[in-house]
Design a protein around this ligand. Structure first.
Ligand code: PEP
Ligand code: MG
Length: 575
């Protein structure tokens, strides 16, 4: 009988195949006492295992960089850094061996388990998932201490890999060409298995509870990575209908990919810029593949996370230059660091706050850390000498914030020019993602060259509905009349002041919202790379004039359902 299991959709696509159960032999670490004479040699043994682990990881990094990509290799670079962590790893282990006279594997287990539970207790999901990295490092060091070879898991045929959890080092041991899909009992949408699966375009469902204990290797599965479903022992009928669905999806995707080559021009001849939001070098490559005409939002946070100290100006410059090289002369809008609330950094002390989304985040935090901000601004100005870079500030609520941020920029310009360091001019823009900034677009227009609407935050602040809270998700919708009126006003005010305005919130990729944004005359739509083909197709199929009429009707709607009805009617008439 076919059984259905629900998990979290972690990477889209459909896979049909036999299960390969990925199991790890569980090793038991026992507390072995050693005599005081052996303390020194035990510490030496520990250091030797670290050396072996380092060599293993360096090798792995090379292989992953070649076979998978830069982003995945970075995961192991972070592991390498953890191995060298004196204060929370090496020293405490050595001290425990010396003071408690215990064997090295027991000390490693105890010390790192403490760090792991600390990470697991953190509020941020991202930090909780990093506990997996520490566990991975722990397993690696112990495997060298007890002299066990780390071997590559062999997949004899293409299979759906099912596991309780997959650590980065487990994934590295798999031959990805043989993996049809991943299914794991543990993990969330930002776990490594999810990231790797999305990058490699392998369907994945995570968080399936106890699924791996409910099946045997070789059983037939359908993995639906769009819906987060796994079907066990499907009937012939179900298999055929999933096959048809898969073919349909592939055909739609092929057709959509053809759209990427063409500019987004409406049927009455008005062109709209379609840009990409990116947060890594990998995503810049994706953006180009999907036909992005520029980067509308470079989330710089990726240059700061997964490390233990602030990146240097040179390190930042190097990343900017790599992006500039890929994008050639296409514009790249770089957002200054937007950390705080859901995006903490281990090396920036952030106090507990009752309302983090209303707290110390984005520009508020970076203006209070001028040195950190200046380093980023200097690196960007220097990159400006080589590419079409623009600068954008997040979470602005007042004119004073923009002025202060620009003052820091001018300081950076003065420093670079008096130091004889080459730099380029960069345009300055601001995000409009708070109601306060939306209401003073005319005043902000005197301070900046362009605007970009961040509807992800703007919607939550207008509707007073947390963007991550499922209970109020009905309210969290940018198509509500209040949000639409606000967006309309922002665009109008910006244009009255002669300034361009784009949108980098998720709304820009919503096919239902695009006719409204076209009708309101938004200059640029920026979205996750894989949404670009569909967005271009929508723009190319509608008339700007008709979209303007739709906007007039929608702005006098009273409810969300009226708005949705008007959009549905418009789509029918334009089809
Ligand atoms: C937004 O708020 O719309 C936005 C693009 O920023 P982020 O999603 O990074 O907060
Ligand atoms: Mg935002």
């Amino acid at each position: 009988m076919v059984e259905e299991f629900k998990g979290i959709a972690a990477s889209p696509g459909i896979a049909i195949g036999r299960a390969h159960l990925f199991t790890k032999e569980k090793r038991k670490i026992v507390r072995k006492e050693i005599s005081s004479k052996l303390v020194e040699s035990e510490i030496k043994r520990f250091n030797q295992s670290l050396e072996k682990a380092r060599e293993y990881l360096k090798d792995l990094i090379d292989r992953v960089r070649r076979e998978v990509g830069e982003k995945e290799a970075e995961i192991y670079e972070a592991h390498l850094m953890m191995l060298d962590d004196e204060s929370s790893f090496i020293k405490p282990v050595e001290e425990m061996i010396a003071k408690e006279r215990v064997c090295a594997e027991y000390a490693v287990e105890k010390v790192l388990e403490k760090v792991i539970s600390l990470f697991r207790s953190m509020e941020s999901e991202y930090m909780r998932e990093r506990a997996m990295d520490i566990k991975d490092v722990k397993e690696l060091v112990i495997s060298f201490l007890i002299d066990r070879e780390t071997k590559r898991e062999e997949l004899s045929m293409k299979s759906v890999v099912v596991a309780e959890e997959l650590l980065p080092s487990d994934i590295a041991t798999l031959n990805k060409r043989m993996v049809l899909a991943f299914v794991t009992d543990k993990g969330g949408p930002t776990s490594h298995v999810a990231i790797v699966a999305r990058t490699l375009k392998i369907p994945a469902v995570v968080g399936t509870g106890d699924f791996s204990t409910r099946i045997r290797g070789g059983e037939l599965l359908i993995v639906d990575g769009d819906k987060g479903l796994v079907l066990l022992n499907p009937t012939e009928d179900v298999i055929s209908s999933y096959r048809r669905l898969r073919e349909k999806k592939e055909a739609v995707l092929d057709e959509l990919m053809r759209e990427t080559k063409f500019p987004a021009i409406t049927v009455d001849g008005v062109r709209f810029k379609v840009f990409a939001n990116v947060g890594s070098l990998e995503e810049v490559r994706e953006a180009i593949r999907y036909g992005a005409e520029g980067i509308g939002l470079l989330r710089t946070e990726f240059m700061y996370i997964n490390r233990e100290s602030m990146p240097t100006e040179e390190e930042l410059l190097e990343v900017f230059l790599s992006i500039g090289k890929l994008m050639k002369d296409r514009p790249i809008i770089v957002r200054t660091l937007d950390i705080g609330c859901d995006k903490p950094l281990p090396y920036v002390r952030m106090p507990e706050e009752a309302n983090p989304f209303l707290g110390w985040r984005g520009i508020r935090l970076t203006l209070d850390n001028p040195r950190m901000m200046k380093t980023q601004l200097r690196a960007l100005l220097r990159a400006g000498a080589y590419g079409n870079f623009k600068l954008m500030f997040p979470m602005i609520t007042t004119v004073e914030e923009i002025r202060k941020a620009k003052e820091l920029l001018m300081n950076a310009v003065d420093e670079l020019s008096s130091g004889g360091i080459q730099f380029g001019e960069v345009e300055v823009g601001t995000m409009i993602e708070t109601p306060a900034s939306a209401l003073i677009v005319d005043l902000l227009a005197d301070e900046v060259d362009f605007f970009s609407i961040g509807t992800n935050d703007l919607t939550q602040y207008i509707m007073a509905a947390d963007r991550g809270n499922a209970r109020v998700s009905k309210l969290y919708n940018p198509l509500h009349p209040a949000v639409l009126r606000m967006i309309h006003k922002i665009i109008e005010e910006a244009h009255n002041a002669g300034k361009e305005v784009g949108m980098c919130g998720e709304m820009a990729s919503d096919p239902r919202a695009i006719p409204l944004l076209v009708g309101m005359g938004l200059d640029e739509l920026s979205m996750n790379p894989s949404s670009i083909p569909k967005a271009k197709k929508v723009i190319r199929s509608i008339s700007k004039k008709e979209a303007e009429n739709l906007v007039t009707d929608v702005l006098s709607s009273k409810t969300l359902s009226e708005v949705l009805d008007l959009i549905a009617k418009f789509n029918k008439s334009e089809a």
